[in-house]
Design a protein around this ligand. Structure first.
Ligand code: UD1
Ligand code: CA
Length: 465
């Protein structure tokens, strides 16, 4: 049985009250993950043949997010959820199999729930299956009208009679259809309703007339069906997802000291016995090994970290830290930093596009850009590798066991040889041979007694005025 999916993501999201037209509602992020990306993630394990995303408002933003994971079709005018599905006809019409329909603004549905709905559909020989929930306050949702296990209709709130309005079983907006029947029946939809739209939900009535089987499956955890329509719901969805991810990690052996104050994205992997301190954010495709200490107040994104490292008060992106290293407090690494085993990088250092070698040290206040730092190198306080002349970037090499004196300015490109030294305060513009000592600064002169003379002169000048 081939399985397909359609994600509805063309709506405007008026209630987000954004003044920008280059973003779409489904591109708003929770835990740095666009809403529609969360939906794609939940579809990943379902073994789908094809995913089609219907985009419209802010189409470019939505398309950029989904295009690597799904086919994209345009709904240029938004004439309702039924109309949106019609846009997928060129891709899916006439295909044997089943189609899951879900919304790009519903980021919390789990793969498990979606799989359950598919199983329900197949096991009960359904032609259409609807995910439902029971809500004390069903305002805004379509109501489920059921008779003897067959769903007879979904009535949108705007079209409800007083009795129907009181029904608490609601449509969560997620469906599984027999794909052929879905597309065969779509042309039968009309806009004769309160909103003058093509309602996808009207297919229930049409399926009933055709004698097709329509059933509903309640969603165990209704939080999963939360739709994001405004920024209050956006924050709420972020909170629910955060709690879910943190709980999963804690149950798998990660210590999170303050889970309400720790933010970890859905794709992050963390090994057992890693301890995460409060105020830490970990996003993107970050993979963290075992026994690390991370935080407090640390931001990590797209980072690979091995085992037993300490990362304290730091901001690190698109980089890698191997094992047993110690970085921070206040370490910053930008794209392409590779910190090798047992390295020690202390407070207020920045590393970019550089390898920092095994057991090397850089205890305070340095910038290392576009360089290779070898093994067991000591970088003195306040060292700057000047890698940019305003036009081009240049590369420097500092070989194993070198010792860079405090306040050294290395004007790239330069090679400092193995076991070489630079004298503190040097400006290094030429290569330094291995085992040499480079001194590149003015020699000091002392003028005896001149400090007193200088001060007296200054005072005299002031008193004259
Ligand atoms: C819809 C259902 C309602 C259900 C609710 C669950 C219909 C008619 N109603 O109502 O029964 O209880 O979801 O959340 O389907 N979209 C498009 N193109 C359009 C219109 C909508 O792509 O022309 C997309 C939206 O971006 C959104 C989704 O479809 O992702 C749902 O549309 P929305 O207008 O939010 O429907 P609801 O009024 O919430
Ligand atoms: Ca909605």
């Amino acid at each position: 049985m081939k399985k397909y999916a359609i994600i509805l993501a063309a709506g405007k999201g008026t209630r987000m009250k954004s003044k920008r037209d280059d973003i779409s509602k489904v591109s708003f992020p929770i835990l740095e993950t666009p809403l529609v990306k969360c939906v794609l993630y939940s579809l990943e394990p379902l073994g789908l043949e094809e995913i089609v995303t219907v985009v419209g408002h802010g189409a470019k933003a939505s398309e950029a997010i989904v295009k690597d994971h799904s086919k994209v079709v345009y709904q240029l005018e938004q004439k309702g959820t039924g109309h949106a599905i019609m846009m997928a006809a060129p891709v899916l019409e006439g295909k044997e199999g089943i189609t899951l329909i879900t919304c790009g603004d519903t980021p919390l549905l789990t793969s498990k729930t979606l799989q359950n709905l598919i199983d329900y559909h197949l096991n009960n020989g359904m032609d259409m299956s609807i995910l439902t929930g029971i809500l004390e306050n069903p305002k805004g949702y379509g109501r489920i009208i059921e008779e003897d296990g067959q769903v007879k209709a979904i009535r949108e709130q705007k079209d409800c009679s007083i009795e129907e309005n009181a029904i608490k079983v609601i449509n969560a907006g997620v469906y599984v259809f027999d794909n052929k029947k879905l597309f065969d029946c779509l042309p039968l939809l009309s806009t004769e309703n309160a909103a003058h739209e093509y309602y996808l939900t009207d297919l229930v009535g049409i399926f009933n007339k055709k004698g097709y089987k329509v059933g509903q499956m309640p969603c165990e955890d209704f939080d999963e069906t939360l739709g994001v329509n405004d920024r209050v719901q956006l924050a709420r969805a972020g909170e629910i997802l955060r709690d879910r991810i943190n709980e999963g990690l804690m149950l798998s052996g990660v210590t999170i000291i303050d889970p309400k104050n720790t933010y970890i994205g859905p794709k992050v992997k963390i090994g057992a016995d890693t301890v995460i301190y409060p105020g830490t954010h970990i996003y993107g495709d970050t993979v963290i090994g075992e026994g690390n200490t991370i935080g407090p107040d640390t931001y990590l994104s797209n980072l690979k970290i091995g085992d037993r490292n300490k990362v304290i008060y730091s901001h690190i992106v698109d980089s890698e830290i191997r094992n047993d290293a110690h970085v921070g407090p206040y370490f910053r690494a930008r794209k392409g930093a590779l910190i090798m085993d047992h390295a020690h990088i202390g407070n207020f250092n920045e590393v970019k596009n550089s390898t920092f070698g095994e057991a090397s040290k850089c205890a305070h206040l340095s910038y290392i850009g576009d360089s290779n730092i070898g093994k067991d190198v000591n970088i003195g306080c306040g060292t700057i590798i000047a890698n940019y002349d305003g036009v081009n970037k240049f590369h420097s090499e500092i070989k194993d066991h070198a010792f860079i004196g405090s306040g050294t300015l290395i004007i790239s490109p330069v090679t400092v040889g193995e076991s070489a030294m630079t004298a503190g305060g040097s400006t290094i513009t030429n290569d330094v041979p291995g085992h040499a000592m480079a001194i590149a600064r003015e020699r000091q002169t002392n003028k005896e007694g001149f400090a007193d003379t200088f001060k007296q002169k200054a005072l005299d000048k002031k008193n004259k005025k």
